[in-house]
Design a protein around this ligand. Structure first.
Ligand code: ADP
Ligand code: MG
Length: 293
């Protein structure tokens, strides 16, 4: 085992990101749509948190709030114990919709960020540096392609490489692997974990896959179905690292956690359906008027 020189997350690790009774809404006045309702979340330094939730529950909104792109209408969002500053390169985001620059190649998209942040590198060192990240996400051979010439999965990998190349303190990943085929997905899961174990960062990753969350995270935080989502019951993942996907499937703790989290998510969905149904109007029992009489 390589000793980790950086502090690992633990009980006494400082809080890196925090939501305090944060309410996030779109629109104004009576038209306002409340996405997060007095949500509370603490992410410790170097912790890997997975957020799971149904589509439309507010996961992307949560990521944007943690990046400083959206300001809560009430409550607070903090970064290292201070009000969240505007977005910066210290908080790297991988958006769900790639957000690549269409007029730049694979190399160009990564180099754009690197050029600005790594002025210490010579031209050739920078070229090697960019290539390292291209190779890491298996885009070797596609260096000169433009985003329009890449598949969805390739764009997502490019987006991930670009963000990783910035070596941000905080990584905010919005379903970075959801568009990928199963094989590429598992390769990248391993790659992200490997990088994270090598050089710990604070990670908040949205996923739609409970197994992925258990495999990768220290803690799983479910988002309750919206509108007005909150962060639900948390699941601590105490499985030792490195985690081996091939043997994990037989690990009783893994199976237990996966079942618990899945059961909880299904329960959340059932509860929200019941709430919706009880909100429906009950129509009065009317008889048509007898017009002929
Ligand atoms: P998720 O990522 O979990 O699928 P989102 O955070 O994207 O969910 O969206 C949560 C809710 O907020 C959805 O109902 C969506 O329609 C709404 N929403 C998201 N962004 C905006 C916006 N910019 N303006 C208005 N409504 C929005
Ligand atoms: Mg989303």
């Amino acid at each position: 085992m390589i000793a980790n020189t950086k502090m690992t997350s633990g009980e006494d690790a400082p809080v890196m990101l925090e939501l305090k009774d944060a309410t996030v809404a779109f629109g104004m006045g009576s038209d306002a749509y409340v996405v997060l309702d007095q949500a509370n979340l603490q992410v410790k330094e170097n912790e890997f948190v997975a957020v799971i939730g149904y589509s439309g529950s507010g996961k992307s909104t949560l990521i944007s709030t943690l990046a400083g792109l959206i300001t809560p209408v009430s409550g607070a969002v903090q970064y290292r114990g201070k009000p969240m500053p505007p977005p910066g390169p210290d908080r790297g985001i991988v958006f769900q919709n790639y957000s690549l620059l269409p007029w730049l190649t694979v190399v160009g998209n990564i180099d754009l960020a690197v050029k600005r942040l790594r002025r210490d590198l010579t031209r050739s060192a920078r070229r090697d540096y960019v290539q390292k990240y291209i190779d890491m996400v298996n885009l070797t051979g596609s260096e000169k392609k433009y985003p329009s010439e890449l598949s969805g999965g390739m764009r997502q990998r490019l987006s991930l490489a670009r963000t990783l190349s910035m070596q941000p303190e905080v990584l905010l990943l919005d379903e970075p692997l959801s568009a990928l085929d199963a094989l590429t997905r598992s390769v990248l899961q391993d790659e992200i974990i490997r990088l994270w174990e090598e050089d710990r960062r604070t990670v908040v990753m949205v996923t739609n896959d409970v197994d992925e969350a258990v495999l990768m995270a220290d803690r799983i935080v479910p988002l309750t179905p919206g509108p007005g989502a909150k962060l639900g019951r948390e699941f601590e993942v105490t499985l030792s690292r490195p985690r081996d996907r091939t043997t994990l499937n037989f690990d009783p703790e893994f199976k237990h956690l996966r079942n618990e989290a899945t059961r909880y998510m299904l329960q959340l969905s059932a509860d929200s359906k019941t709430r919706r149904e009880t909100r429906r109007f009950t129509l009065p029992d009317l008889e048509p008027a007898n017009l002929s009489g």
